[in-house]
Design a protein around this ligand. Structure first.
Ligand SMILES: [Zn+2]
Length: 839
């Protein structure tokens, strides 16, 4: 008994003394930070340890899980007073932003500043999660009195790793190839990361392009919490090439014009604070160059458009950084150096926030008060027509607005405004249409996402220059300078389908329809699609409408209709029951204009030589959006594909070296001739064109006579060399494409489509053996930036086409209609190519 009590007391003593001596990362992990890579599970362990042993100053929240099952964490660190009332701090902060549901008055005086630090969004930019370990330790280390002072008026929110799957892909690879001692020479294999690299998440998405769109599970879970907190400062930690000095705020031009003078000014204040520490250590840095604030889906712009000071910090390193690397100047850059720099800006950011906490909160409140009282920009209301045929596209748009906390209503009556489709000011009527007011808390975000043409102050941006949602979602809309009255709230459609004895028709409306169709096909149900419009039982149906009939589905008996209804109900897709195959207008169901089709077996080419993002977009779309099986095959194994068991081969952007091999090309052609169907995108179209498959890149028209300006154009200034390439680029601008929507590739579309043009290629019209389904006529640019020299080239050419080859087809999609999975309106065309074309 005595022994038992003694043992109990000893354990108590051990526990107490452990608490008294909170362990640093080095003590906990057993090595000095920077001396090796910390795998994600150990980062999680340390954060858990700190939260468990310093509960008064740290609160840990697991906000989600990645595709590969790793934890996503947030640590809230502040004074014990603040941590005790964390929830009321959060609520008060939402009230400051006019975002709280309770409408209670906020208190500005004692509100702490919220500083949110996001580490390692790009998985192979690894020093930042190591810096996160150093940062949390500096904040909780009992002997660090300086940070305790800051935490009195500041709450620090640390996300130690936004992209754990990517980070571990890099770290596990690096640890598997590094020798006993790290080799700093860049030619050694530990600096040569293999395809697809650790930058992206599981599906090879760049999470730092996904903040607004939230196509990825990591983004969706994180931004939900982000929007429940709304920090005053957000920092996104990155790495760049090993020769680059450190980069911090202020950012480069172009700045979007919704960014306020206060947001610009405070970037300078922060930058100067960092400079103080970097100067003291003799570390090199640059500001105001390269990293601009325009595209809304970054970790700096998204927070900025949501009222914060949003910033990107960049350290030299990345995938080529290894544990140590010799740069071009002959210096050795170590993981410890990299982590230390990020750690320094982390503390400097918290310090400057604390010194200006009152002002940060005041300006934050002003940002949202101005938004609610006067809106942002010239347009006060954006109107989206609530057309029945657009029901699925509208559903996707409303989901996007919900994910971003943007408010909308339904409205009727009349108005006038800019018609996105005609480009003119027009009058219009509204009948329960969707109204998005500019006068709301997230007014800046509304303007950025909806304005027809953004104003670019500098064309040398880092990313695409146009994304206006009515174009991206293929919707009819107006931007009005008037405050239009929105009456009722919108109730989203909930479908419950009726029974049938004869058959169902499913209008070919969008992605939910495709998902339903894909699931029915997988159940072995044979479907048909009508290539012509028809009318039956009082309903009109457009081209591409899907028919489910008893014929060829007898094996399912009466269960057929239950299965169809269950699947459609689950996807919220409306079925139209029909009682006869004798149509009132159009072709009867037995006509050869009605095409039966079964579940295609689909192969996606992937691996070295293929664009990893491009392949990932398709992989993710199949698995996570339409839930249809797809087999990924490395393009180097093309010779091993069992062509007899393959219906569709998808070729994402890539260089396709196999097309320079005669034998492999012939085998590929033979499969197509026998009925194989190819879907080729972007660079794949170029590769097929070089291999003489029958499509040709259009050459630019030579201007006939040079004017004086053009003659002297070659005399350019050395100082302006970085701008030289601008006349020949299109960094993602929007073009209007004319569609032949009688072809299956364009079913479900009107006779036009807005495409995001990413490169300078259009193709010659197909003269025979194919169809020019989508073409750019004249100069049909709608929004965004296009270099002056390209304007002439990007006209009168093919963008989408289908070539018949024997019994097979090749669908040419020369633009990336699946871009980042956010260009919603391209997805149906992609599905047309996979499921309908060539059937
Ligand atoms: Zn990065």
């Amino acid at each position: 008994m005595m022994r038992g009590i003694f043992l109990y007391l000893s354990i108590c003593f051990l526990v107490l003394s452990a608490k008294a001596q909170l362990k640093s990362p080095e003590e906990f992990l057993g090595y000095k930070i920077g001396s090796r890579y910390t795998p994600h599970w150990k980062i999680v362990n340390y954060f858990n340890y700190v939260a468990a042993n310093a509960p008064a100053s740290v609160k840990l929240q697991q906000y989600g899980e990645t595709n590969e099952g790793r934890s996503l964490l947030l640590a809230f660190i502040s004074s014990s007073e603040n941590i005790q009332q964390l929830e009321s701090i959060r609520m008060n902060n939402l009230r400051l932003a006019n975002l709280a549901k309770d409408k209670a008055a906020p208190s500005e005086e004692n509100a702490p500043a919220l500083v949110w630090l996001s580490y390692n969004v790009h998985g192979n930019e690894t020093s930042s999660s190591e810096a996160a370990l150093m940062t949390i330790w500096a904040l909780v280390d009992p002997s660090n009195t300086r940070t305790k002072e800051w935490l009195k008026n500041t709450v620090v929110i640390i996300d130690p790793c936004i992209n754990p799957d990517g980070r571990d892909r890099y770290v596990n690879w690096f640890n598997s190839v590094v020798g006993k001692n790290a080799n700093p020479l860049r030619i050694s294999r530990e600096h040569r990361e293999p395809w697809p690299g650790g930058r992206t998440n599981h599906y090879n998405f760049d999470l730092n392009r996904d903040w607004a769109w939230q196509t990825q599970v990591e983004s969706r879970q994180r931004i939900k919490v982000y929007n429940e907190w709304m920090p005053q400062i957000h920092v996104d930690y990155h790495e760049q090439g090993v020769n680059e000095p450190y980069y911090f705020a202020p950012a480069a031009q172009p700045y979007h014009d919704v960014i306020t003078p206060w947001q610009r000014d405070f970037q300078v204040t922060i930058g100067k604070n960092h400079a103080k520490y970097f100067d003291a250590n003799g570390w090199l840095y640059f500001t105001k160059e390269v990293f601009d604030l325009y595209y809304p889906s970054y970790g700096d712009t998204y927070p900025t458009y949501n009222g914060a000071i949003g910033m990107t910090y960049e350290q030299g390193g990345g995938g080529a950084g290894g544990a140590a690397v010799i740069n071009d100047e002959g210096d050795t850059l170590t993981l410890l150096d990299r982590a230390t720099h990020h750690f320094t800006t982390s503390l400097s950011t918290i310090e400057i926030a604390s010194l200006n906490a009152g002002k940060l909160v005041k300006e934050f409140r002003k940002f949202f008060n101005d938004a609610v009282s006067s809106g942002t920009g010239e347009y006060k209301t954006y109107v989206i027509k609530n057309n029945l045929k657009d029901i699925e596209r509208i559903g996707s748009l409303l989901d996007l607005l919900d994910k971003n906390g943007i408010q909308y209503n339904a409205g009727s009556g009349s108005g006038k405004g800019y018609n996105y489709n005609t480009g003119k000011e027009e009058s219009f009527s509204m009948n329960n249409d969707i109204l998005i007011s500019s006068l709301q808390p997230r007014s800046a975000m509304v303007k950025v996402l909806f304005e027809p043409k953004g104003r670019l102050v500098d064309s040398a941006t880092y990313d695409i220059t146009a994304w206006s949602l009515p174009y991206a979602y293929g919707l009819t809309g107006y931007a009005s300078r008037d405050r239009l009255n929105a009456g009722t709230t919108i109730t989203k459609r909930k479908v419950v389908n009726e029974e049938t004895n004869y058959g169902y028709v499913i209008p070919w409306n969008g992605i939910q329809t495709v998902k339903t169709v894909g699931q029915l096909l997988q159940k072995g149900i044979l479907l048909r699609f009508s290539e012509n419009p028809f009318e039956v039982n009082g309903n009109k149906f457009d081209r591409g409408a899907i028919l489910v009939l008893k014929t060829a589905n007898k094996s399912l008996g009466n269960n057929l209709w239950n299965e169809v209804r269950k699947t459609a109900d689950a996807n919220n897709v409306k079925l139209f029951s029909v009682t006869t195959g004798f149509v009132d207008k159009g072709y009867d169901f037995g006509s050869d204009k009605v095409h039966p089709f079964k579940a295609p077996k689909v192969v996606l080419l992937t691996g070295e030589g293929i664009g990893s993002n491009a392949a990932g977009e398709i992989w993710h779309f199949f698995e996570q959006q339409i839930d249809y099986p797809i087999m990924l095959v490395n393009v180097s194994d093309i010779g091993r594909i069992n062509f007899n068991e393959t219906d569709v081969i998808i070729m994402p952007d890539g260089n396709y070296k196999f097309l320079t091999d005669k034998v492999q090309t012939e085998a590929f052609k033979e499969w197509i001739n026998k009925g194989g169907r190819v879907v080729a995108l972007e660079g794949a179209v170029g590769a097929l064109s070089k291999a003489e498959f029958g499509i040709k890149i259009k050459k630019g028209d030579e201007p006939e006579k040079k004017d004086e300006k053009e003659t002297y154009e070659v005399l350019k200034k050395f100082e302006e060399r970085e701008r030289d390439f601008i006349p020949t680029i299109t960094p993602g601008s929007i073009y209007k494409v004319e569609l032949d929507n009688t072809h299956p590739l364009a079913f479900g579309y009107p006779d036009y489509y807005y495409t995001l043009k990413m490169d300078d290629n259009v193709y010659d019209f197909i003269k025979e053996g194919g169809w020019n389904v989508g073409v750019i006529k004249k100069d049909n640019q709608v929004a965004g930036f296009v270099g002056s020299k390209l304007k002439n080239k990007l006209k009168d050419g093919l963008v989408f086409g289908v070539q018949q080859m024997g019994n097979g087809t090749i669908s040419y999609l020369t633009d990336n209609i699946m871009f980042r999975n956010f260009w919603e309106n391209g997805k149906l065309m992609f599905c047309n190519a996979v499921f309908l074309v060539g059937q």
